[in-house]
Design a protein around this ligand. Structure first.
Ligand code: NAG
Length: 366
């Protein structure tokens, strides 16, 4: 009798032990439903998704060590991982992201990146994952719109859906993502305007919206984003003037506005700011280049090519502390190119296709 009780007790303990250390069956079921929506023919990463304990050696799945709830899904189609080395190829996956993923209520990061073939939409229920910090779906074929209530994700720091086929507008609620640091919407088919309340994103440091169909003015409110260091609005359909205030931002170092329909004058503030990479190429900027360069002007890239700039290259450009790559070609500039030590490395192509520029590295002035 004693032995019998002992055996039962041990068996109970053992089974309790197993369930405590394994992921909850509901999380396991949600992962399997998520997996069922996908097809990964070359690497076999889902072969590891077997057994009861989804916290144990399921490729790309990590659980919270205390709660055993699934915390991270990290599936990257381009990686140095052993599976990839063995297969001598990058990943390819088709299928869709199942809404079953939303049952993993404790998810903190969802990275399903660079699989090239995953299509379908971002499940709208994703905005109910209130613990989510990272949502990275770069490099797939995802279509549809960014969920309109994405702003509910108050802990989200990274939203990266670049290189997909997303349409629709930037949802107004995006501005409620009060923890957002990194926003990457590049190379999609997103249209509409930038919501004016974007200035509310006080934690944002990179805003990359290049290669979409976004139109309208660049909202001045962007300059309220104190920590913004990298703003890329290139290759869209923005029009109107470039706000002066962009040149007064505390840490803005990269400003790419090339390939839009921006007009009006070149704000003087941009030439004497913290900005060191400035590309305004292929717009319709007119007037002259402001004569405001000074020791604070330090440019790795200053590309003003393909605009409607007139007048001469200002003398003050010689007092800039550095300009690594300068391009003022394809404008209507005229007159003598000023001399500066760092002009030595510049080639004629930086100045070509203007009305009547002359002097080194072009032909001598008459
Ligand atoms: C500036 O933008 C134009 C147009 O998008 C691009 O062709 C050019 O390479 C960019 N300039 C530099 C120096 O990157």
């Amino acid at each position: 009798m004693g032995t019998f009780v002992w055996v039962i007790g041990a068996a109970l303990l053992l089974s309790v032990g197993v369930t405590v250390n394994a992921c909850p069956p509901s999380d396991r079921a949600a992962l399997l439903a998520f997996k069922a929506g996908l097809h990964e023919p070359y690497l076999g990463i889902f072969k590891s998704w077997t057994g009861n304990d989804c916290c144990n050696k399921w490729y790309g799945v990590t659980c919270d060590p205390t709660t055993k709830r699934v915390a991270d899904i990290n599936l990257r189609g381009e990686s140095e991982d052993l599976v990839f080395q063995k297969a001598h190829r990058t990943g390819y996956m088709t299928g869709t992201i199942s809404p079953a993923i939303c049952k993993l209520a404790r998810l903190s990061s969802v990275i399903i990146a660079d699989w090239k073939g995953i299509s379908g939409t971002i499940p709208p229920c994703i905005s109910s994952l209130s613990f989510l910090r990272i949502l990275d779906l770069i490099g797939n074929q995802i279509s549809g719109e960014i969920p309109s209530d994405i702003g509910k994700l108050r802990h989200l720091t990274v939203l990266n859906v670049a290189d997909n086929k997303l349409t629709g507008r930037i949802p107004r609620s995006l501005a409620d993502l009060s923890s957002l640091k990194h926003l990457d919407l590049r190379n999609n088919l997103i249209s509409g305007t930038i919501p004016r309340n974007i200035g509310k994103l006080r934690m944002l440091s990179r805003a990359l919206l290049s290669g979409n169909r976004i139109y309208g003015p660049i909202p001045e409110t962007i300059s309220y984003i104190y920590r913004l260091s990298d703003l890329d609005l290139s290759l869209n359909r923005f029009s109107g003037q470039i706000p002066d205030s962009l040149g007064k931002m505390a840490v803005l170092g990269t400003l790419n506005l090339d390939g839009n329909m921006l007009s009006g004058k070149l704000p003087a503030t941009l030439l004497n700011s913290r900005i060191s990479i400035l590309n305004l190429s292929r717009n319709a900027i007119e007037g002259s280049i402001p004569d405001v360069f000074g020791p604070r002007s330090y440019f790795m890239i200053l590309d003003l090519s393909y605009n409607k700039l007139k007048g001469s290259i200002p003398k003050s450009i010689s007092s800039a502390s550095f300009i690594g790559h300068l391009d003022v070609s394809h404008n209507h500039l005229c007159g003598q190119i000023p001399a500066a030590t760092w002009f030595e490395h510049l080639e004629a192509s930086s100045f070509s296709y203007n009305d009547c520029l002359c002097g080194k590295p072009l032909k001598a002035c008459l």
